[in-house]
Design a protein around this ligand. Structure first.
Ligand code: NAD
Length: 374
């Protein structure tokens, strides 16, 4: 089997990488960026700093700052209106996955007329304006994926859109931007990265390239996630988590996510549970249910994360994996849906819809054990 690998053309990784935006735009011969971010990032002053750098170097630029969490097709339409008012030749995303996905969607819709939902068909988006992604969370890995997750405003479906046009041309991966993340956001986004790496490794689409990257990411995340939460200024932990997030993105984008992400998206869309948290709510139970489909692969994950010894049998490693994931979720205070405040009756009533959306998304078909609606 041949593995097909897609990556950003430029990856700059390390402290201060985000300050190299003018240099990277020059390298790509891009002159008129539209900057996309959310109001909170604006309040941190980071957009002003970036814009001052661009002005100093003579770039013509503008901003769209109306990104919303779990970005909607309406927010993309609003961004598109700004894009179409000027002659921008690229889109720069500054922020978490919501900003990056909004920027990607604006960039690919620039020359398309159909609504976003038309493009939820896999690989239907081959091209778009170049996107330069500057992540500020260590989580989604969207800076290095050919995916954008957009909620259709009409149907409330959280759509996974995939295609080469959604791969950023460049990613500036600067862990210093994550030092400001509070405890909860650090935990949620770090757990999202862990799910990406674990799902990529156990996926039916896993390959030798993604395997090594996924294992490295799992090792780093389980080593550093608690420290990153407890000691927000710990640069070693932040740097490791940021690299692992990008690696998790590369891994799943070139393999796939599986049942956890398939079930998580409808929970996020209907109940506005932060994305990493809805993954984490599912992580131990979905893992326990799926292990029989690929016991040796799950045992590798347990060993990579230091949850099992190399001398443990696969069966023992698998038991330790589920226990280790439960402990991690408990340490990181991952709530059950009811504890998050989701009404039990509403949850029950929405199960059929959520099940349908999960199965329709395609991700569960890559799970080592294939689920059905029941
Ligand atoms: P987010 O972008 O929604 O940000 C969450 C909040 O954190 C926002 O209020 C934001 O302003 C704030 N924030 C961001 N960086 C911060 C920082 N450094 N310090 C303090 N606050 C900061 O969160 P996210 O988890 O990064 O992104 C989630 C979205 O990404 C979801 O919609 C999810 O479906 C999507 N996603 C996309 C991909 C992909 O490959 N395209 C992969 C996984 C998830």
């Amino acid at each position: 089997m041949t593995a097909n690998i897609n990556l950003p053309r430029i990856l700059r990784i390390g402290a201060g990488a985000s300050r190299q935006l003018p240099e990277v735009l020059d390298e790509l011969n891009l002159k008129r960026p539209l900057l996309v971010t959310d109001a909170f990032i604006v309040s941190l002053g980071w957009l002003d700093t970036l814009e001052a750098q661009l002005s100093e170097k003579g770039f013509s630029h503008n901003r769209f700052t109306e990104v919303v969490p779990d970005p909607t097709s309406d927010a993309v339409t609003a961004g598109l209106a700004v894009l179409r008012q000027g002659k921008y030749d690229c889109v720069v995303a500054l922020g978490g996955g919501s900003s990056i996905d909004t920027a990607k969607a604006i960039a690919v819709m620039a020359h398309r007329d159909q609504p976003m939902r038309h493009y939820k068909v896999p690989n239907s988006i081959a091209d778009g304006l170049p996107v330069i992604a500057i992540p500020t969370t260590a989580g989604t890995g969207s800076e290095a994926t050919r995916a954008a997750v957009i909620t259709d405003t009409e149907s409330q479906e959280k759509m996974l859109c995939m295609g080469l046009g959604l791969m950023p041309i460049a990613a500036l991966v600067d862990f210093e931007l994550t030092l400001s993340m509070p405890w909860r956001l650090t935990a949620d986004t770090g757990l999202d990265s862990l799910c990406h790496a674990l799902e990529a490794y156990v996926s039916k689409k896993a390959n030798a390239f993604t395997d090594t990257i996924a294992l490295a990411a799992m090792t780093a995340i389980n080593t550093h996630i608690r420290t990153a939460c407890q000691q927000p200024d710990n640069r070693e932990a932040r740097e490791a988590m940021m690299l692992a997030a990008t690696q998790g993105g590369i891994a799943f984008s070139n393999s796939s996510v599986t049942l956890i992400h398939g079930m998580s998206r409808p929970i996020g869309a209907l109940y506005h549970v932060p994305h990493g948290l809805s993954n984490a709510m599912l992580l131990p139970d979905v893992t326990a249910w799926s292990i029989s489909g690929a016991p040796a692969r799950y045992a590798d994950c347990a060993r990579a994360m230091g949850m099992a010894e190399s001398s443990d049998s696969d069966a023992t490693a698998n038991q330790k994996l589920v226990a280790g994931l439960r402990l991690l979720c408990s340490d990181l205070k991952v709530p059950r849906p009811g504890e998050f405040g989701i009404d039990a009756q509403a949850w029950q009533q929405s199960l059929e819809l959520m099940t349908q959306q999960a199965l329709d998304s395609g991700s569960p078909n890559n799970n080592p054990r294939i689920p059905n609606a029941a």
